[in-house]
Every structure is written in structure tokens, then in C-alpha cells.
Design a protein around this ligand. Structure first.
Ligand code: AMP
Ligand code: MG
Length: 544
């Protein structure tokens, strides 16, 4: 394991792609270029708040490196290591359904691409590192509250098994940043922070869209060929007929797979604009995201989206598809002939089918119905899908905690065809903790939930997997611990008072989200009442 100074960089993005001809750092449209060279603006007094041991190790650094003052300086942007070539990327995007033109890294600055000991490559990117040519008049900074949220959630998602960008570090800048949190004319100074994000690439759909929108097909092709060459080599040599089509197919597959993982764990991204969609299918840009407490498909944490609810939980898969159609439009001008263009249409239709079958499948698996005799994976049948649909409509009727409900369900026992029901309500006990207002469950609801439970148990009995085996499978799909909105907010409250201990505790807890961890039981409970309407716990603005 090495020290910071031993990190080796090989910066393909700036070396191989066209860059901005203008060297100065002022806001402007940047044409025919994938990036602008720009350095982070130093901050007053950087200090490390938290870092992720796994990411430190993935980079080949010794764990002790985090304790060095140089570490905080480098990952606040105050000091550059030999070999770094900082840049901000140019991209555009559809925001809330409308083309927004040039956006770009307005406060993110990539430092360089690290050659890792495992033979891979990881880009380092600071978020909140100061203004760039893409800042559009904003300050280029980020506040502590949004940075704690990005840091913790990136790591939590990784440990849940959801593809995501990672977070190396969270550094306090020692400077204040003024934000009007609810855009209601009440700006106030907040603590500033910088997160260092880590991913093989931060390319987004919007990086391709911007060139297509400008009809700059030369630069578009360069960027696309770069992406294929370095990130999708398995799709065949660049320039080979059909390679762009195969690329789109693969991006589509990965994107939908990731969004279905969000559905599985109850994650709501909050701002699924095309500039926030990774070309590698990673979860990217943790802003006003949230976790479902009660299972409500219409819920979105983002107050900016409160009216249209475009990015509500239940709509995420459809939005992913819409975003993929925008990506297809951006790639279409490079598709040689009518056959290839037809291929794109065909693939979009295929992706729609993938969702049609993929979405119910998520819940089929959450119910453990995929575990057949001997533990073998089985395919859903009509009876399984009926159970899934019936449960979903029951869950939305009364406030039911999604995480607790599915985790509890693993403790239900199968029922043989010959066995009689003793007391059907007894089988509501494993999920009883999930109800936010148990007193509001009337007799009719209890009876219908009990009847569902009965059919479910009979179905499990018919499928024939041993209860213990099914429980094992289910407990790897239904997490016990997620980054509940109120938990993140408590960690923020403490961090703002100078105490990072809850960040550490949550980071540790969320390393093993599927394990029981009885010592952390207090974090596997329903959202407390005080958090119901508290900003940060149920509502978040884009202000960050
Ligand atoms: P987001 O909603 O965080 O995905 O950001 C949308 C766009 O606004 C991106 O181009 C960001 O870089 C930019 N942006 C957001 N906040 C700031 C800021 N404080 N300073 C400069 N640019 C920003
Ligand atoms: Mg963004």
C-alpha cells in the first residue's frame, strides 16, 4: 500500500479528446470540446470529516494516508499531485423533460485518472471545488448537508449491490457557502464541503447530447469512439458495423438494470435529468434523493418536483426509458444507414419489454417466490404475478414501511395444502412493525391483508422451498438497513455541530445492510414522527 505521492495517473480523457481552446476560467459556451482545463479553487482550512476505507484501498493507498494533512489538502483541491490534469467536462441535458442546452461540470472538477493496483482505472472528481466555465454564474461550491448525503449514500448503495459512483472522502472547507435552502428569500451561510467521487468514468447521456444538439458530429464521434474503445471494448473494434447499436443496447440494459435495483431497495433519485444519467449505468449525482419510508409509488423527495412528480418512485423505470430515447436521438446521426436506425427503434421497443417483465419480477423476487424446490431460481407464473399486484395495492392503502415489511416477510412460514389455518392474523406479526398507524388498520383491511398472507403462504408451500433456505435468499434481496432520510439528517445535524461520529457509525452500519447487526437495531425502525415533516427528512430542495 502506497502513499498519496505514489499514485500513478494516466489521463486519457484530456489526452485523447478535444479540449477547450480558451484557457481562462470564465463562464461561456464551450464549443467543439469535451472539456475545459481548470484547477480547483483552494479553500481556507480543509479538514477531513470522513473517508471510505474501501475506496482508499481500491486506489492502492494505505489506510493511514487519510490522517495526513496533505490528504485533506489534495481532496479539498488545495494541492495537486504530480500527474494530475484537472478538467471540467462539457455536457448538456434534458431537465424535467426540457432541453436545457449546455450545463457541464459547474462545480465538479476531475483531478485525474488513477491506475489502480488491481490493473483498473478510476477517475477522481471533486464536487464543490470552485467555479468552472460551466458554472453559469453560480459559486461552484457545495454545502456540508448535501455532501454528507452524497458521501454516505454512494457507499451505502455500493454495499447494497447497486451500481454507483463511489465516494473517497468528505472534507470540510473551513469556508461558508450561502444558500437559500427553500428558495423562499431566506439565504443563510452554511458550512462548505468537498466530496471526492470515484468512478471509472463520469460520462453522462448529456455529454453526447450536447454535440448532437449542436450538430457537431465530428466531436460526437470522437467521444463515442473514445467511450467504446475504453469502456466497452467487449463490443468489438471501434468502427465495426453495428458497434454503435450494440453500445446503445448495452447502455440500455445497464441503465434499466440499475433503475430496477433502485426499485428493489426503495431509492428515489429525485433528479433523473439526462445530465444525471451515467453512460456506464451507474447511479450518479446524489442530490435531493430519498428512501421510501412508507411504500408510496407517488412519492418524491424533491420539492422542486412536487407538482409534476415526474421523478416519483413509481415512475423511475419509465423515465429511464424516456432518457434512453433521448440518448438514442443523440446517437442516431452517427448511424450509417436506415437499417441501423431501424435497429435503434427496435432496441427501444425491446427495452420497453424488458421493463414490462422486469418490474414485476423485482417484487416477485422480494417476495422470495423465485426460490423453487432445492433453492433453484424459477420463473414467475400468473399466480405469482397476481400475488405481487395484490400486495402492491394493499401496501399503498395504509402507510407501510417498505424496508420493514419485506424484511419481516422472510419470517413467514409456508403452508402446506393439507394444513388448516390456525389463526390467520398470527401471520401478520412478522410485518406488524411495518405499519405506521397500527390503530388505523380497520377490520376490513386486516382481513384482506390476512387473506393475502394466507394465499402467499399457500403459494410458498406449493413451491416447496424450505423456509430457512427461502429466508436466506430473501434476506439478501431485502436489506435490513438503508440510509433512511432521517438518519442522514441526524448525521448532518451532528456534522454541522462538528461531530462526525454518526457519519462513521452509519458508514459502518451500511457496510453490511443485509446482516442482522443486533447492536444497530435502533436504526432498523420506522421513521420517527418528528421526522415526518422535517426538511431533509421527507422533503429536499435542489439547493446544495
Ligand atoms: P444538478 O442538479 O446538481 O445535477 O446540477 C445541474 C447543473 O447545475 C450542473 O451543470 C451543475 O454543475 C450545476 N450546478 C449546480 N450547483 C452549482 C453550483 N453551486 N455552482 C456551479 N454550478 C452548479
Ligand atoms: Mg448533475
Amino acid at each position: 500500500m502506497d502513499s498519496l505521492e505514489d499514485l500513478r495517473f494516466d489521463n486519457r480523457f484530456v489526452r485523447e479528446l478535444p479540449g477547450d481552446a480558451v484557457g481562462e476560467n470564465y463562464c461561456r459556451p464551450v464549443l467543439e470540446a469535451c472539456y475545459s482545463r481548470v484547477s480547483p479553487t483552494p479553500v481556507a482550512d480543509p479538514s477531513l470529516v470522513a473517508c471510505s476505507a474501501e475506496v482508499v484501498e481500491a486506489l492502492g493507498l494505505a489506510l493511514g494516508q487519510g490522517a495526513r494533512s496533505e490528504f485533506a489538502e489534495v481532496f479539498a483541491g488545495n494541492r495537486q499531485l504530480a500527474g494530475m490534469r484537472p478538467y471540467a467536462a462539457c455536457y448538456g441535458g434534458h431537465q424535467f423533460g426540457n432541453w436545457a442546452g449546455q450545463l457541464g461540470d459547474g462545480r465538479a472538477i476531475a483531478l485525474g485518472e488513477v491506475l489502480t493496483p488491481g490493473g483498473g482505472r478510476l477517475e477522481l472528481q471533486l464536487k464543490g471545488a470552485g467555479p468552472t466555465p460551466y458554472s453559469r454564474g453560480a459559486d461552484g461550491r457545495a454545502v456540508m448537508r448535501s455532501s454528507v448525503r452524497e458521501f454516505l449514500c454512494s457507499e451505502a448503495m455500493h454495499h447494497l449491490g447497486v451500481p454507483t459512483t463511489r465516494a473517497l472522502s468528505l472534507v470540510a472547507t473551513g469556508e461558508s457557502v450561502v444558500r437559500d435552502m427553500f428558495y423562499d428569500g431566506n439565504p443563510r451561510p452554511e458550512l462548505g464541503a468537498v466530496v471526492c467521487r470515484v468512478a471509472p468514468s463520469f460520462l453522462r447521456f448529456g455529454n453526447y447530447q450536447i454535440f448532437a444538439a449542436r450538430r457537431d458530429y465530428r466531436t460526437l464521434r470522437k467521444l463515442l469512439d473514445f467511450t467504446l474503445r475504453h469502456y466497452y471494448p467487449e463490443l468489438g473494434p471501434v468502427g465495426e458495423a453495428g458497434s454503435y447499436l450494440r453500445f446503445f443496447e448495452e447502455v440500455g440494459r445497464r441503465t434499466l438494470a440499475t433503475v430496477l435495483e433502485w426499485q428493489r431497495v426503495g431509492f428515489v433519485h429525485g433528479v433523473m435529468n439526462t445530465d444525471n444519467m451515467s453512460i456506464l449505468g451507474l447511479t450518479i449525482d446524489y442530490g435531493p434523493y430519498g428512501w421510501l419510508d412508507d411504500f408510496d409509488p407517488d412519492w418524491t423527495p424533491n420539492t422542486t418536483d412536487a407538482h409534476g412528480r415526474r421523478y416519483r418512485y413509481g415512475h423511475q423505470p419509465q423515465v429511464a426509458l424516456w432518457n434512453l430515447a433521448r440518448l438514442a436521438e443523440a446517437l442516431a446521426p452517427l448511424m450509417g444507414d436506415g437499417r441501423e436506425l431501424g435497429g435503434l427503434e427496435h432496441q427501444l421497443a425491446d427495452l420497453e419489454l424488458t421493463l414490462k417483465y422486469g418490474e414485476p419480477r423485482v417484487f416477485f423476487r422480494k417476495l422470495g417466490l423465485h426460490v423453487g424446490r432445492d433453492g433453484r431460481e424459477r420463473e414467475p407464473e400468473a399466480e405469482d404475478l397476481r400475488l405481487v399486484a395484490a400486495l402492491r395495492s394493499l401496501l399503498v392503502e395504509v402507510e407501510t414501511d417498505m424496508t420493514l415489511f419485506f424484511r419481516g416477510l422472510a419470517n413467514v412460514c409456508a403452508l402446506g395444502a393439507e394444513e388448516a389455518l390456525a389463526d390467520d392474523e398470527a401471520w401478520l406479526v412478522p410485518v406488524a412493525e411495518a405499519h405506521y398507524r397500527p390503530e388505523a388498520l380497520d377490520a376490513s383491511y386486516r382481513a384482506r391483508l390476512a387473506a393475502w398472507m394466507d394465499s402467499y403462504r399457500r403459494r410458498l408451500g406449493a413451491l416447496g422451498a424450505a423456509d430457512a433456505l427461502r429466508r436466506q435468499h430473501m434476506n439478501r434481496i431485502n436489506p435490513k438497513y438503508v440510509l433512511r432520510n432521517y438518519l442522514a439528517q441526524l448525521a448532518i445535524d451532528r456534522a454541522e455541530a462538528g461531530d462526525a461520529s454518526l457519519i462513521e457509525e452509519l458508514l459502518q452500519l451500511l457496510r453490511s445492510p443485509y446482516d442482522e447487526q443486533p447492536e444497530h437495531q435502533k436504526h432498523a425502525v420506522r421513521r420517527p414522527d418528528w421526522a415526518r415533516d422535517r426538511p431533509g427528512c421527507s422533503m429536499l430542495s435542489c439547493s446544495s
